[in-house]
Design a protein around this ligand. Structure first.
Ligand SMILES: Cc1cc2nc3c(=O)[nH]c(=O)nc-3n(C[C@H](O)[C@H](O)[C@H](O)COP(=O)(O)OP(=O)(O)OC[C@H]3O[C@@H](n4cnc5c(N)ncnc54)[C@H](O)[C@@H]3O)c2cc1C
Length: 402
């Protein structure tokens, strides 16, 4: 704990992306203050998939072992056709020549944020401040002044750099006046979790299943203690109705029958967006994670790409903080690489994944099913598809940008 009002880097937001960024910096001896508006790291039902390159990166900060021990290994994921029951399976062990982790890890994101926040609290040069909401900031040639609301009043802090990892409604992005172009899907996404073993009702279920259906698509995901069901719902209907027993019963009736017998642990509604910040940096202030880009959860790219932002930024920023070297060119490269990847890979692929799972009329649905079968049956296409879905392609895209 530093406990004073001066640090090299201040980070707003102790989600998965902010805690990874803070750990990278703090483990190099850089003084970091991590500000979190909540009383703890948020325990929500969002990300649960860690892709192979993310696991490799997280090895650098020594946290992959915990994820492997806590989460479930999912080497296989399914594209399923809901009407016919047909399963098209993809096995990541086919790409074990490019990764030591040829599987996804299924583990809720808060395990990562919590473990990293605890680790930070043990480092003398890191200071994790919960109940501390960044209100505003002002930058000049040599640093950034921050105003932070705490339980006892407004505190000030001076940092060399500020990193906004403060999520979709980022105050850092807003104060910089950076546009956030894109769109919001008209439907909302309802996430239901249950201890009922869905695999007892749906034979041959993988831990990760994308279930395509023109009428009601689904994502069925296993995490260690629960099944999670992600389903689109009519965005015009009120929240109470969408979260009601009647709606839950109807959804599970259609999945396994006897929905009334299914107890749920969570019923959470999300609005889902495709948006990218017009810029990821202004002067000494940078944006990473959901503060910089949002996408639908089909493929599990949001948190993973935010963690990739953090690693990229660390490699560009650390030389300035450790070696006092000029960092401007590096920060410009961070922005070029991560914005390009966000547009050409993450946005494109998640929109495509959504189109694919949704179908429209039956003809379009059938055409997509045939396209997926063609990918599965062709060795070259299947390998490329798995490298893309496992996010290796996104890192190649970034590396190609000078
Ligand atoms: C249903 C669903 C499923 C998903 N599944 C996946 C998946 O499987 N894989 C995947 O990669 N992604 C997934 N995502 C996306 C993923 O959850 C997000 O991309 C990820 O949480 C982004 O992390 P973050 O740290 O950038 O932001 P957040 O997790 O939103 O964290 C931001 C933090 O900043 C804090 N904060 C906000 N304002 C302030 C302030 N002014 N001062 C201080 N603190 C502040 C907040 O309290 C919060 O703790 C999913 C999303 C949804 C909706």
């Amino acid at each position: 704990m530093t406990g004073d009002n001066r640090c090299q880097v201040a980070i707003a937001g102790a989600g998965p992306v902010g805690t990874v960024m803070a750990t990278l910096l703090a483990q190099e001896g850089i003084s970091v203050v991590l500000l979190e508006a909540g009383g703890d790291c948020a325990q929500d039902l969002r990300a649960s998939t860690f892709h192979p390159p993310t696991l490799e990166m997280l090895d650098r900060i020594g946290i992959t072992k915990m994820l492997l021990e806590t989460g479930l290994k999912a080497p296989v994921f399914h594209w399923r056709d809901r009407k016919s029951g047909e399963v098209i399976d993809f096995d990541l062990s086919e790409i074990s020549d490019v990764t030591r982790y040829p599987f996804r890890i299924q583990c809720e994101q808060y395990h990562l944020s919590r473990a990293l926040a605890e680790g930070l609290e043990r480092l003398p040069n890191a200071d994790v401040r919960f109940n501390s909401r960044l209100l505003t900031f002002q930058q000049d040639q040599t640093g950034v002044d921050l105003w932070v609301e705490t339980m006892t009043g407004i505190e000030t802090l001076r940092a060399d750099y500020l990193i906004g990892a403060d999520g979709a409604n980022s105050i850092v992005r807003k104060w910089l006046g950076i546009g956030f172009d894109g769109f919001t899907y008209p439907e909302r996404f309802l996430t239901l979790s249950t201890e009922v073993e869905l695999a007892d009702h749906l034979p041959n279920l993988a831990y990760v299943n994308y279930v395509s259906d023109p009428d009601e698509w689904l994502v069925l995901l296993r995490v260690p203690s629960l099944w999670r069901v992600l389903v689109p719902v009519n965005g015009a209907v009120d929240e109470e109705t969408l979260r009601s027993d009647a709606n839950k019963n109807a959804i599970f009736d259609r999945i396994i029958g006897d929905g009334a017998a299914v107890q749920t642990r969570h019923r959470t509604l999300y609005r889902v967006h495709q948006r990218v910040a017009k810029s990821f940096r202004e002067g000494r202030v940078m944006l990473i994670g959901d503060s910089a880009h949002l996408n639908n959860p089909l493929g599990g790219f949001g948190m993973n790409s935010g963690i990739h932002d953090a690693f990229n930024l660390f490699d560009k920023l650390a030389p300035a903080l450790i070696g006092n070297r000029d960092v401007d060119g590096g920060l410009a490269l961070f922005e070029r690489q991560r914005r390009e990847v966000t547009h050409t890979f993450t946005q494109t692929q998640t929109k495509q994944n959504m189109e694919f799972i949704k179908g429209n009329q039956d003809n379009a649905h059938e055409a997509r099913r045939q396209a997926m079968l063609a990918i599965k049956q062709d060795d070259v296409q299947r390998r490329q598809y798995m490298l893309r879905q496992a996010m290796f392609e996104s890192l190649e895209t970034a590396a190609a940008i000078a």
